[in-house]
Write a protein that binds this ligand. Structure first.
Ligand SMILES: [Cu+2]
Length: 498
């Protein structure tokens, strides 16, 4: 059964705390492909890869404030919050079958946790404070340990006060490599993220009533890997696998590699029959695509990464060819090895309505046991929003954060298959994310859907989208919008699988 908030620490958590003398293992070499190491301009470090050769990959993630320059001078460096010395970092690279042991060291002045986005892991490792683990307080450690069952491009981030912590950079990359993937000449990570920065380099307001109740508050500066329009070096004439992440809190992007033929080969880490990037794949916050393209043939030639989800295409980064040109070979997008996601049985699956609405048409807190609430610890001031604007099935996640656990949105029978009909009753986009599962995306009433697997699906205004899961992973699983201001103002709940 899932973790229950009762004793201050579960027995398991105590056992872990006792054995927490973990050494950080940071072996270079097999992370970012060699041609890309140190390739970002202006002294920016490339993401530092963490990997290991044995069955276990160990990493220590120290969450704390670190100063880092995002804006050019005369602005000051900005007070980021990161898991490693430099944003973006770390990039954990593992082979499928390896086990990850990650120790969170909390050097913040608020409690936190790590959620492993997109990983079908045991519920106790899912990193949702109060729901799946006790919050990790200032000065405390928490060890996560699991073997990711699927290859793919994943990431991790906190699940409380996310609007500020993710807004200030608290996220890392987890890549699980396929044992039998086609060979690429380079394998890049591009994290697209806006920052809410004032001109002097200080952070502005992460959550506004106006933004939270509409499309969200947009950042003031766009970056890739923490750099404004960086130049990313690629081997000339090489076949490049670019793992494109939208880790922004708000913005929807639709990316292109201008000047090259781009092919989408994975969505949220899940292989997709190769599909032309030019056909478009809008990504809400937390969504990812893996794209294959051929680098320019000669050193010095460039391609541009742009976002076309705006009136004018906006440049985000430049790929510049370097080195001797690799030998000519046929450019042929090939499918990645298929993932092993449990197939839902659609003949037997009940259709479960999931309605996303504004609170104006919702009633919240029905069924919440006030006596239970009274027995819980006082609201943690670092983990709350003051208002509720959104609801799922007319339930809003209670104000004040995770410590006020409402009942589950619904309870599913373990082993059964379900179709969720996600109904967007609002005029805004909502990227809907489920923890611990991968959706099979089936159909929409408003557009032609490419069948695919995803952990986050972008729900268009007024759309009804059907997705399916086989409920084989027991526990309490968060289900929420990944526009962080929406998540933090009510559009969040959990699904119990028992
Ligand atoms: Cu939303």
């Amino acid at each position: 059964m899932p973790y229950r908030f009762a004793p201050p620490l579960s027995r398991r958590a105590l056992l872990r705390a006792g054995g927490a003398a973990i050494a950080a293992t940071a072996l270079g070499g097999t992370g970012l492909a060699a041609p890309t190491a140190g390739a970002l301009k202006a002294g920016l470090a490339a993401p530092r890869p963490v990997s290991a050769d044995g069955d276990l990959v160990e990493v220590e993630l120290v969450a704390k404030q670190r100063m880092q320059r995002i804006l050019a001078e005369p602005a000051a460096p900005s007070p980021l919050i990161t898991y490693a010395d430099h944003f973006p970092g770390p990039v954990i690279r593992m082979r499928k079958g390896q086990r990850l042991r990650a120790t969170l060291v909390n050097e913040l002045d608020e409690h936190t946790s790590i959620h492993w986005h997109g990983i079908r892991l045991p519920n106790l490792e899912d990193g949702v404070p109060y729901l799946t683990q006790p919050p990790t307080g200032p000065g405390e450690r928490h060890v996560y340990e699991f073997t990711p069952p699927d290859a793919g491009s994943f990431f991790f981030h906190p699940h409380c006060n996310t609007v500020e912590l993710l807004g200030r950079g608290l996220a890392g990359v987890l890549i699980v490599e396929e044992p039998d993937a086609p060979k690429f000449d380079a394998d890049l990570v591009c994290l697209v993220k806006d920052w809410q920065l004032n001109k002097d380099g200080s952070f502005g307001t992460f959550l506004t009533d106006r933004g939270a109740s509409r499309a969200g508050t947009f950042g003031s500066v766009s970056t890739v890997n923490g750099a404004i329009e960086p130049v990313i070096e690629v081997p000339a004439n090489g076949d490049i696998r670019a793992r494109l992440y939208n880790i922004d809190s708000t913005r929807v992007v639709d990316l292109r590699v201008e000047g090259a033929e781009g092919w989408i080969i994975a969505v949220d880490g899940n292989p997709l029959p190769p599909r032309r990037l030019e056909e478009g794949w809008p990504m809400g916050p937390a969504m990812r695509i893996d794209v294959l393209f051929r680098a320019p043939a000669k050193a010095g030639q460039t391609l541009r990464l742009t976002n076309v989800y705006s009136a004018e295409p906006r440049p985000l980064a430049t790929f510049r060819a370097v080195g001797p040109s690799l030998p000519n070979k046929r450019f042929k997008p090939r499918a990645l090895p298929a993932a092993d996601i449990p197939e839902p049985d659609l003949t037997d699956a009940p259709i479960v309505p999931m309605a996303f609405s504004a609170t104006a048409v919702a009633q919240s807190f029905d069924g919440l046991d006030k006596a239970v609430l009274a027995g819980l610890p006082a609201a943690d001031a670092s983990c709350l929003s003051a208002k509720t604007f959104w609801a799922i099935n007319q339930q809003s996640w209670p104000e004040g954060g995770h410590e006020h656990l409402p009942p589950p949105l619904l309870t599913l029978e373990k082993g059964r298959s379900y179709i969720f009909e996600l109904a967007n009753l609002t005029p805004h986009l909502h990227p809907i994310h489920i923890h611990g599962y991968t959706f099979k995306v089936l159909s929409s009433d408003g557009r032609k859907v490419v069948p695919h697997h995803a952990d986050t699906v972008l729900l268009e205004p007024k759309e009804r989208l059907r997705v399916a899961i086989r409920a084989d992973n027991p526990g309490d699983w968060m289900f929420h919008c990944h526009i962080i201001e929406h998540q933090d103002t009510g559009m969040m709940g959990y699904i119990r699988v028992a």
